[in-house]
Each structure stands twice: as C-alpha cells, then as structure tokens.
Design a protein around this ligand. Structure first.
Ligand code: 13P
Ligand code: SF4
Length: 375
C-alpha cells in the first residue's frame, strides 16, 4: 500500500508561559496518509479483520475521527466507535485479551495504562496529536514545579509521562464538571495542554486556571469570520462546536461539547441543518444516525485561513484497514508503557473514571474531590 508523507506544522507552547529555560526543538511533525484501497481490497481486508479478531480474541475500538470503514467495522464486530473517554472505559471493561485501538497514540497508551495485562495494538504507532507533541514532559514538569500551589489537571491528549505528573485527567466530555467541582473545593488549577479548551472551561466555571499554551491543529483552524458568512447563507442551521476551537468560534455555537456531545445535540435538536466545527471524520456518524438532516463542515478556509489540517486530523488519517489487518496478524505495533509510569499515570485516570461514573449515576461528585493539599 502506498503512503503519502505529509508535513504538519503545529503551534508550540509560547515561551513566556513556560519556565525561562524551556525550549522545545520540534516545530514540525509528519503524518503518513495511506492511499484509499479499491472496493475489492476493502472488502477483502474487512473479511480478513473479522476473522483475525475472532481468532486472536481481540476487539477493535475506533475514534469518531478515523476512516468510516474502521468505525463501521468496530461496531459490526462487537467493538466500539466513540469519544476518547468511552474508548478508555470500553477497553478496560471488555473481556478481549487484545485491544486494537484505532485512533491516536494517547488513546492506545490510556488503554494500556488501564489494562496493563492486555495486549494493546495500534495500526500505526506514529499517529500522534499536536497537543501531545506540544507538551513535552520535562518542560511540563518544570511548569508544574514552578506552581506547586496549583492542582494539575491535564487533558487526555497527552503522553503517559505527562499524565503521570497530573492530579486529575479530563477529556472534553467531563472537563467542565471536574473543573467546576475542583473550583467548588477551593482548588486553583494548572491546566494543560489545550489553551482553547482551557479558556472555554475558565469562562464557563470562573475557576482560577493557569493555561499551558497548546492547541489542536484541526480545531484551531476554524474561522469565526467565515463561519458567520456560512451562517448567513444557512440561517436555519444550528452550529455545533468542539471546545478545542478558538473562543470566537465557540461564541457562535448553539451547542458546545465533546464529540459525543455533538452527536447527542445533532440527534436531539429539532433543526434539519447543522454546521459542524470538529474533525470531519465525525460527519460519518452524524449522517448515518440522522439520515434526514444535513451536515455542513464549518470553514477552515477563507481570507483568514492558514489551513494546516482542512478539518481532518492527519494523524487520525494514518489509521488504515491494511494496518489493522497487519498488526492483528503479526502482533506488531504493541503499545508499551513503563510499569512505574503506569502505576502513577493511573491515579488521575482512575479519578476521572470514578468521577464520571458517579456523575452518570447521579451520586454526589464533590465527595470524590479532596480538599486542597490532599489531591
Ligand atoms: P474527544 O475526547 O471528544 O473524543 O476528542 C478527542 C480529540 O482528539 C478531539 O480532537
Ligand atoms: Fe490531536 Fe486535534 Fe488530532 Fe484530536 S484532532 S488527535 S486534538 S491533533
């Protein structure tokens, strides 16, 4: 299978927000975008994967942003397509001994941290994330050390080592509730790495938050000016926005939330037309679940554009049927995380999972949040 190498620029954290000796040398990354297989090749690969999943006692877990084939195949074979939080939970609770995580690196690492006894495979171990790349652990640790009075809350889109430095882990589907609870218990927060998501939570909760300056190369590209023009062309359309988008874009939203929250809003809202500001891999699920509704991509192009991603994550795009078949067959691309790191990184993840389970069950979440100094 031919692959195309794609250079990817992403924003580094700004130096003034970080310790004076901090320097991250990496400004560019790359992604390998696989060529689309023919219809016959796709059918053959899917058949092969169905057989291998059974033979190897494995389950396929896909994120909403990966290729539609990988989303459909995951569901059809008893796996899951969902957001990063549900992917983590599902992998932990599933009986399969092998988890094939179709998404990006941090998702595979989270699965391994939660299920160290299982074999976690990924179609391509180089599939990463600009938020993870933009938050190297050495600099992040120094940042935390410089602010010992703050409770460290990190987004799931980070390395295992950064998670191991955190008090709490959050994903976009639970960040608001967790930060609100921490604020209610008097915590001041050090937040990393996404500045847009952090800014959104700060505005919504009024919490005292010191933000790391990372961003997602996909969501950072959505343009408020061009979105307003599209909204004028489609005055009935409801606007759904992922909070990794810039504040001006979030301000135009009818609903703001994680990938799952966007899906829920599209299913529940009465409108026939929607403008969606998130990775366009999401459109597959939105359209299959809402056949009578029209979904338009929010603009990443226009006068103010520098489009680096064209609304599709280059690293999510690295996941292919061919690689899923290959890793199942050969056992290569296993995600390995240092045992000592697993033990420490598990703490903030377990806190998040206990918190979200309590929230879902209608229990008192504040009981799960220790007072300052005890986190
Ligand atoms: P979710 O947590 O909503 O799945 O988002 C993950 C992600 O990478 C968004 O860009
Ligand atoms: Fe990271 Fe953005 Fe890709 Fe999500 S869409 S994995 S946040 S680069």
């Amino acid at each position: 299978m031919i692959t195309v190498l794609k250079a990817v620029d992403y924003e580094q954290p700004q130096l003034e927000q970080r310790p004076s000796d901090a320097a991250c040398a990496t400004k560019h990354a790359w992604a390998r975008v696989p060529e689309e297989p023919s219809q016959d090749e796709r059918a053959a690969l899917k058949d092969k994967i169905r057989g291998l999943l059974k033979e190897k006692n494995a389950v396929l877990v896909s994120h909403y942003y990966v290729h539609p084939d990988l989303q459909d195949l995951a569901e059809e074979t008893g796996g899951l397509v969902s957001d990063s939080l549900e992917m983590a939970r599902f992998g932990r609770d599933h009986a399969a001994q092998t988890l094939v995580v179709s998404g990006v690196r941090f998702m595979g690492e989270t699965a391994k941290i939660l299920s160290p006894e299982k074999r976690v495979l990924m179609p391509d171990l180089d599939a990463t994330c600009s938020l993870d790349l933009g938050c190297p652990v050495t600099e992040f640790s120094a940042f935390c050390d410089a602010h010992p009075d703050r409770t460290v809350v990190v987004y799931a889109n980070t390395s295992a080592a950064v998670k191991a430095r955190a008090d709490w882990l959050v994903t976009s589907s639970c960040a608001l509730e967790i930060v609100k609870a921490l604020k209610d218990k008097g915590h001041k927060i050090l937040w990393a790495p996404d500045r847009h998501l952090g800014g959104y939570i700060q505005r919504e909760t009024g919490a005292d938050m010191l933000l790391w300056n990372g961003s997602c190369i996909v969501h950072d590209e959505f343009k408020a000016f061009e979105l307003e023009a599209l909204m004028r062309e489609h005055p009935q359309a409801k606007v759904l926005v992922h909070p990794e988008s810039p504040a001006q874009v979030v301000a135009l939203a009818d609903a703001v939330g994680s990938t799952s929250a966007i899906l829920k809003a599209a299913c529940e809202m009465d409108a026939k037309e929607f403008i969606v500001a998130t990775d366009n891999g999401m459109l597959h699920k939105l359209r299959t679940l809402n056949p009578g509704k029209v979904f338009l991509e929010a603009p990443t192009a226009g006068n103010s554009a520098t489009c680096k991603s064209c609304a599709h994550c280059p690293w999510m795009a690295m996941n292919s049927l061919a690689d899923v078949a290959r890793v199942l067959e050969t056992g290569t691309n296993e995600v390995l995380v240092d045992t000592a790191l697993i033990a420490r990184a598990r703490l903030p993840i377990d806190r998040m999972l206990a918190f979200t389970a309590a929230l879902k069950g209608g229990r008192d979440v504040l009981q799960l949040v220790p007072g300052i100094g005890a986190a």
